[in-house]
Design a protein around this ligand. Structure first.
Ligand code: NAP
Length: 281
C-alpha cells in the first residue's frame, strides 16, 4: 500500500519546520491567497480544507471572493492586485471558474513565482520545456509518493488514463521528464485494457468510478488512483480503480481515501513554502 496520508503528514511536518526557519530569520510568513469566484459548495469545501492546512503548518491564508456575475476584468484585476501585494507569497485561483470567464487569462495574471497551484500557462509551458516552475499539485503529489517509496520511474512504461490540464497531461509530462515511456489514454482510446496491461506505472485519472479492474493491470504494477468520485448509495469517495481486484494483482497501490488526496494539499503547502523562500522545488 502506498500510504499517502502518512507521507503527506511527514511532508507537512517538514513544511512546518521550514515555516519556523523563515520566521526565525525574520523573513515574511508564507501567505496563501485563495481566489474564489462564484458560488460552488465543493469549491467552498476545498478552500476551507486548504486554509485549515495552512494553519497546521503556521502559514497565513486569506480568501478573496467575487460573485457569480464577476466580469473577466474584475477577476483579472483581483488576481493582479494579489500578485502585486508583497505580503502575498502564493496565489491559488480555485477552479472551476464560472463558465463565462476565461480561466487561462485570469491565471495569466499570476506571476510564475506565486503560482503555487502550477496551472498557469507559464508554469505548464515550463513543464513542457523541463524548466523550473511550480508543479501542479496533484501530479506533483503522485511523483512525490513514488519518490518517497523509492519506486523507479526511469525506463518504466507508464500509462496515464485521462488527459485533463490539471492532472492527466501534467503527470504524463512529469513522468516523461523523468524518463518513463508514457502512453496517455482518454475517452476515445479504443481498447483501454490493452494499454493499461502494458503499464509498470498506471495512473488512473479519468473520474470514472472503478473503471480500472484487476484484469486490466500487469502483475506487480504500481497503481496510482487519483480519482475520487461520489457514487449514489455508497458512502465516501470511490476511486477510479476497483481496489479489491486491483490490489490482488498490483505490486503497489494507493487507497482512496488516504492515497493521492492528502498528497495534493501537502504539495500545495510545499509549493507555498518554496514561493516564500523565493525558489522553485
Ligand atoms: P476531467 O477533467 O473530467 O478529465 C477526465 C479525463 O478522463 C478526460 O481526459 C477523459 O477523456 C478521460 N476519460 C473519461 N472517461 C474515460 C474512459 N472511460 N476511458 C478512458 N479515459 C476516460 O477530470 P480530472 O479533473 O482530471 O479528474 C480526474 C479524477 O481525479 C476525478 O475523479 C477527480 O475527482 C480526481 N482528482 C483528484 C484530485 C486529488 O487531489 N486527489 C485532484 C484533481 C482531480 P476525454 O479527454 O477524451 O474526455
Amino acid at each position: 500500500m502506498l500510504d499517502g496520508a502518512a507521507i503527506a503528514r511527514a511532508i507537512r511536518t517538514e513544511v512546518a519546520e521550514g515555516v519556523q526557519r523563515l520566521k526565525a530569520t525574520g523573513r515574511p510568513v508564507p501567505h496563501l491567497a485563495a481566489v474564489l469566484i462564484g458560488t460552488n459548495p465543493a469549491s467552498e469545501t476545498y478552500i476551507a480544507m486548504k486554509q485549515r492546512a495552512c494553519g497546521w503548518v503556521g502559514m497565513a491564508s486569506s480568501v478573496h471572493r467575487l460573485g457569480d456575475n464577476a466580469t473577466q476584468a474584475e477577476a483579472e484585476a483581483l488576481v493582479a492586485r494579489l500578485n502585486a501585494d508583497p505580503a502575498v507569497t502564493g496565489i491559488l485561483v480555485q477552479h472551476p471558474l464560472p463558465k463565462h470567464l476565461h480561466e487561462p487569462a485570469v491565471l495569466d495574471q499570476v506571476s510564475a513565482h506565486k503560482d503555487v497551484d502550477g496551472i498557469s500557462r507559464v508554469s505548464l509551458g515550463a513543464l513542457i520545456n523541463g524548466e523550473p516552475a511550480f508543479p501542479s499539485c496533484t501530479p506533483a503529489g503522485i511523483l512525490a509518493l513514488l519518490d518517497r517509496y523509492n519506486l523507479p520511474i526511469e525506463g518504466k512504461r507508464a500509462v496515464v488514463v485521462g488527459r485533463s490540464i490539471i492532472l492527466g497531461k501534467p503527470i504524463a509530462l512529469m513522468l516523461l521528464n523523468r524518463h518513463a515511456t508514457v502512453t496517455i489514454c482518454h475517452s476515445r482510446t479504443p481498447d483501454l485494457a490493452t494499454e493499461t496491461r502494458q503499464a509498470d506505472i498506471l495512473v488512473a485519472a479519468a473520474g470514472r468510478p472503478e473503471l480500472i479492474t484487476g484484469d486490466m493491470i500487469k502483475p506487480g504494477a504500481v497503481v496510482i488512483d487519483a480519482g475520487y468520485n461520489r457514487v449514489e448509495g455508497r458512502t465516501g469517495d470511490v476511486g477510479d480503480v476497483h481496489f479489491e481486484s486491483a490490489a490482488r494483482v498490483a505490486g503497489w497501490i494507493t487507497p482512496v481515501p488516504g492515497g493521492v488526496g492528502p498528497m495534493t494539499i501537502a504539495m500545495l503547502l510545499r509549493n507555498t513554502l518554496f514561493a516564500a523562500e523565493g525558489r522553485f522545488p
